[in-house]
Design a binder for this molecule. Structure first.
Ligand code: SAM
Length: 379
């Protein structure tokens, strides 16, 4: 039988290779056995040349703790890269866990899952000599991303690598049996998951919510969506209000129940839409609604196509001439875009002078189809 190349290769360099043993268990272990994942763990100390296999030394400039020496790291990374063959061959994307990195999110997990090859450098002590990052970027041509698991300090990068690899690997086709279970999970679309129940229907006098037994799929979907919004508002309001702009409107994502009101707003704002187009847009894209005292005063819709996010002009109620609100909607809609989006295309070629100023202030430049802005890449 022909051997299929693994869907993703992962190299991990650590002074504690045994710490990575869990990568042989459960679904990831099985994916490795099945050839879907090719995970190789390297001992940093194998790239030292002294009797004590030293990987650390005291910091220049003083201060507490030890710093990981550049030489073993450079040799280890050279070794990982050289395994692909000549220097012109494929290159891994290097992920270095660190509390000073960009936050690890579901969007970043999705981005990393699309890379054919990832390499992880697990720091210990106070971290790795800065020149190793330069060597990786400048001499090896690697895309280097420092990634933080959260705002706290661990002893080493290994726990972070276990978490990152698990979150990334489960997005790779063939790792998880039921791919549908990925779709409705927390963070997949910016909201937390709804409460879940299994048998028995009554347990210790506690009943499963009746709607889940109703067989009415629309009612169940509506209930779950409400639960997601309520849970997100209670536990992670930052996800519902990702922009810290000055606008005083409450901005939320649209639900099917919002569509009639949204249609009225869009038509009043001079935009082209019908209930059918809105239903289709809601199924494939995202919509953000701005309310003041419960009244719908603004809306914006986005749709991803490849690495471009298509954004509609912010629609405002006719009596609300508020460019700050337009800008706020724009920030919320584009600030929550998935991290694989590289450019934003705003469809408003005939923008009013005031609106054009808003777009320019937000960094957009006029193009024939409207307004365009590039999204800077992290890392
Ligand atoms: N001196 C470093 C600083 O203040 O940024 C902290 C070093 S920490 C004690 C040692 C190693 O643990 C780091 O090099 C990194 O690999 C890992 N680490 C610690 N906290 C982390 C976090 N929140 N996310 C990812 N990795 C972390």
């Amino acid at each position: 039988m022909p051997v299929m190349p693994a869907a993703q290769r992962i190299d991990v360099v650590s002074i504690f290779p045994d710490y990575l043993a869990p990568l042989g268990l459960s679904l990831i272990g099985k994916a490795r056995q099945d050839g879907v994942l090719d995970i190789r763990v390297h001992d940093l100390r194998d790239f030292t040349h002294d009797r004590h296999r030293t990987v650390d030394d005291t910091p220049y400039g003083g201060g507490a703790g030890m710093v990981m020496k550049p030489q073993p790291w450079a040799e280890a990374l050279d070794h990982v890269v050289s395994e692909a063959g000549p220097m012109t061959g494929p290159r891994p994307r290097l992920v270095v866990p660190g509390p000073g990195g960009i936050p690890f999110t579901q969007a970043l997990a999705g981005e990393l899952a699309r890379e054919p090859w990832l390499a992880f450098a697990c720091g210990r002590y106070e971290g790795i000599d800065e020149r190793v990052y330069e060597h990786a970027r400048e001499d090896l041509g690697l895309d280097v991303t420092v990634v933080s698991l959260g705002d706290y300090v661990l002893n080493g990068g290994e726990v972070a690598v276990l978490a990152i690899v698990e979150a990334v690997a489960r997005l790779i086709p063939g790792v998880i049996g039921n791919a549908e279970s990925l779709v409705e999970e927390s963070h997949e679309d910016g909201l937390l998951e709804y409460p879940i129940y299994t048998k028995p229907r009554v347990w210790q006098g506690r009943e499963v919510p009746a709607v889940l037994l109703s067989g009415d799929h629309a009612a169940i979907a509506a209930w779950r969506h409400e639960q997601r919004l309520a849970r997100t508002a209670a536990r992670r309001p930052d996800l519902l209000h990702p922009s810290l702009g000055g606008a005083d409107a409450e901005v939320t994502t649209a639900t099917p129940g919002d569509l009639p009101e949204l249609l009225t707003l869009l038509l009043a704002a001079g935009q082209v839409a019908t209930m059918d187009t809105l239903r289709a847009d809601l199924a494939t894209g995202r919509m953000w609604l701005a309310r003041r005292s419960g009244r719908l005063v603004g809306a914006i819709r986005t749709q991803a196509a490849g690495d471009t996010l298509h954004v509609t002009a912010p629609a405002l109620a006719p009596d609300v001439e508020d460019e700050e609100l337009a800008r706020h909607l724009l920030d919320v809609a584009t600030g929550t875009a998935l991290s694989d989006i590289r450019s934003l295309l705003l469809a408003d070629p005939t923008a009013s002078t005031a609106r054009a100023r808003t777009y320019k202030k937000a960094g957009y430049r006029p193009v024939p189809a409207g307004w365009s802005r590039q999204v800077p890449r992290h890392g």
